[in-house]
Design a protein around this ligand. Structure first.
Ligand code: SF4
Ligand code: SF4
Length: 279
């Protein structure tokens, strides 16, 4: 994203909407400026502010004149009065920033649409996670913090060292040059994104081990990590296998989402990935 300095009147409205704190008013230039290295191309500034088309010279003159009389003239807080934002033509590798930070665009860089992960939302039809297994989502980064791919790399490498299987239909996995070692493309490692989700599946007896791996990596990286656990309920709608393990590890469990199977069940004799490819 960039701000056209010929249009910007330094009202400062955009500094409040950037979730990464990447926009500041440059006191020397008296223009809003974007810290390119911190900008994750989420487009919140461009899409979140109404764009008015007031003439910049006139707005500057009015603001200056009013300021001389100790009166402030500020536009409404949800407006860029001069439509000063101009999206860049994003090229590789910077394009991955937008793919992982603007939830409204498909993951063009990865080939996976939407937020980019199925997690276990479709488990009722794919049967990917079975009783006694857990689908783990390890989310790195958040608005206000973000995450660099070299930090995601550290987590992927640690998980690969304990031989976990990365979910194939996941944007992070699709950016790996070597899935068994969890190695991501070298050219994206310095890129920063709002957040990214690594997905793996493990048997219940490995959950404690994997959570300890995640916790140990979390201490070495400068972002936040959230773990989600997806399981298949038993015929009574209960989880008597994974939940007790998590409770023993000190987690207060909340059932966040329940999927009740609204889709066409894929026959268990067919490999889920092959069936989905045919759909
Ligand atoms: S909202 Fe528009 S005019 Fe105001 S500081 Fe930001 S870019 Fe400049
Ligand atoms: S695109 Fe997002 S991160 Fe970049 S300046 Fe705009 S709001 Fe901030």
């Amino acid at each position: 994203m960039k701000i056209n300095p010929d249009k910007c009147v330094a009202c400062g409205n955009c500094t409040y909407v950037c979730p990464m704190g990447a926009i500041y008013i440059d006191p020397a230039r008296q223009r809003a400026t974007i810290n390119d290295d911190e900008c994750v191309e989420c487009y919140t500034c461009f899409n979140g502010l109404s764009q008015e088309h007031l003439p910049p010279t006139l707005v500057r003159l009015v603001r200056k004149t009013f300021a001389a009389m100790r009166i402030r003239f500020d536009p409404e807080p949800d407006v860029c009065p001069t439509a000063a934002f101009e999206p860049n033509d994003l090229v590789w590798p910077r394009v991955v920033r937008r793919a992982f930070s603007d939830p409204r665009v498909p993951h063009e860089s990865t080939g996976v649409e939407g937020r980019g992960t199925e997690e276990v939302k479709t488990n009722d039809i794919t049967g990917r996670v079975k009783l006694g297994e857990a689908g783990l989502t390890i989310e790195l980064g958040r608005p206000g913090v973000g995450v660099r791919f070299h930090e995601i790399q550290e987590m992927c490498s640690a998980l690969a060292r304990v031989n976990v299987a990365f979910e194939k239909k996941n944007p992070i996995t699709s950016l790996m040059t070597d899935v068994p070692t969890g190695t991501l493309r070298e050219d994206i490692l310095d890129e920063k994104v709002m957040s990214a989700i690594i997905e793996i599946k493990v048997t219940a007896d490995r959950i404690e081990e994997i959570i300890n791996v995640v916790r140990s990596v979390e201490k070495r990286i400068s972002t936040v990590v959230a773990i989600g656990v997806g399981v298949r309920c038993d015929p009574d709608g209960e989880d008597r296998i994974v939940a007790p393990i998590l409770e023993r590890l000190g987690y207060n469990l909340e059932r966040a989402k329940t999927n009740t199977g609204m889709g066409r069940v894929i026959p268990l004799t067919v490999e889920p990935e092959k069936e989905l490819a045919k759909a």
